[in-house]
Design a binder for this molecule. Structure first.
Ligand code: UD1
Length: 365
């Protein structure tokens, strides 16, 4: 008889919750595996964290590390110090990390030094842009992880090119799309009518939070100038990330957002209601590039590169940069586009089951 194996799942920031939720659900009926949920608290607001955890029916975390906001080094170090104590106490047989946030890398470093196997869900993505802090997190996490679970074939190729042995790499598809498909039906536009009055398919959604965009006044201003031109054609709804809200104040950009519909960040299903009924998305987020592709809604990515090229080759995404003229060229092309986007391979709502089978096979033999 095999003894029960303990798996620690790590969540920390807004884009993590929708990736761990379907996996914990898929693993629940597997006998012989005990799941333990650690929330690092990298995000902590009701709107950025707590509401998501409840809404996605994640269990109440077994441990809250409460690290909060800080510089990269301090935040990473605090996760490491506190997560090490949890690992020493719980003696897990595996640690599961997702995505590319600071908590992902910090937990991986800790587990790796304690010789605990690490599974990385969303492995292999690369923007090849070290100015993004997430690129460092991805590289370090993938270098140390034992199981690399990739969302798209380009992830496998990147890892193989970096010398990762083939046996460690498993192409499983995009787990976030499991969560999207599960909640799509509930995401009706009338859920959010109390906050935004827009007509189905006749508005744009804007999200911005990357330091490379909102911490640089010229870049932020250029983006907003283009968005103001778009706002003459259709309403633009702009749920504002806390970092971005602070910068709008500090950089005195209130005039440039006065024609947009500003809101607080939405919960998961409300945000899906907003995006899934939009005509267009404008974003610098990684997750939204993928969600727009799964929803078949045109997306303009306000960055110079993407670590998710499959959203461009298969999906609805256009990487347009941050200069106003280029954003507007992309905008016109997106509206005129009559092409048929394809859903990328294995973005089928069943990724969590594939990950479950790989984890169970590894742990239980
Ligand atoms: C982090 C991730 C990023 C992810 C994003 C999603 C890293 C390096 N970055 O960036 O990959 O796309 O989350 O949102 O891990 N704040 C609050 N309440 C919160 C959280 C943050 O007010 O619950 C404010 C704080 O002022 C903080 C700022 O937002 O300083 C930025 O938060 P931080 O977690 O440092 O980075 P994000 O930009 O959210």
């Amino acid at each position: 008889m095999t003894s029960t194996k303990t798996v620690i799942h790590v969540i920390g920031a807004r884009p993590n919750y929708m990736k761990i939720a379907p996996l914990m659900e898929a693993l629940r009926p597997v006998s012989g595996i005990r799941q333990f949920l650690v929330n690092t608290g990298q995000h902590y607001d009701e709107a950025m964290a707590k509401g998501f955890i409840r809404e996605l029916q994640l269990p109440v975390p077994d441990r809250d590390l409460e690290v909060g906001s800080a510089s990269h080094a301090v935040q990473t170090a605090n996760v490491m110090i506190r997560f090490e104590a949890v690992c020493l106490e719980q003696r897990p047989d595996m640690v599961v990390v997702v995505g590319d946030v600071n908590s992902t890398m910090a937990a991986t470093l800790v587990a790796s030094k304690l010789l605990i196997p690490v599974a990385h869900v969303e492995a292999g993505l690369r923007s090849f842009d070290r100015e993004m802090p997430e690129e460092t997190n991805r590289i370090v996490t993938d270098r140390l992880a034992d199981l690399l679970l990739t969302p798209s074939r380009d992830g496998d190729e990147n890892l193989l090119r970096e010398g990762v042995p083939k046996e460690k790499i498993h192409f499983v598809g995009n787990i976030m799309i499991d969560t999207l498909f599960r909640h799509r039906e509930a995401a009706r536009l009338d859920r959010i009518r109390d906050r935004v009055q827009v007509a189905d398919g006749q508005y744009a959604v804007l999200t911005l939070h990357r330091p490379s965009n909102v911490d640089h006044p010229d870049t932020f201003r250029d983006i907003l100038e283009a968005v103001n031109v778009i706002a003459r054609d259709m309403p633009v709804v702009f749920p504002v990330h806390p970092r971005t809200r602070n910068r709008i104040g500090e950089l005195k950009l209130a005039d440039l957002v006065s024609r947009l519909i500003l809101t607080e960040p939405f919960g998961y299903i409300d945000f899906l209601a907003l995006t899934s009924h939009a005509r267009l998305m404008l974003t610098d987020s990684g997750g939204l590039q993928e969600e727009s592709t799964a929803l078949g809604i045109p997306c303009l990515t306000l960055r110079e590169n993407t670590e998710r090229p499959v959203t461009v080759t298969h999906g609805t995404n256009r990487v347009v940069g941050t200069q106003a003229a280029n954003i507007l060229t992309g905008y016109r092309a997106a509206l005129a586009d009559r092409g048929q986007p394809r859903i990328p391979e294995l973005w089928d709502g069943r990724t969590a089951e594939r990950v479950r089978d790989i984890l169970a096979g590894t742990l239980l033999g």
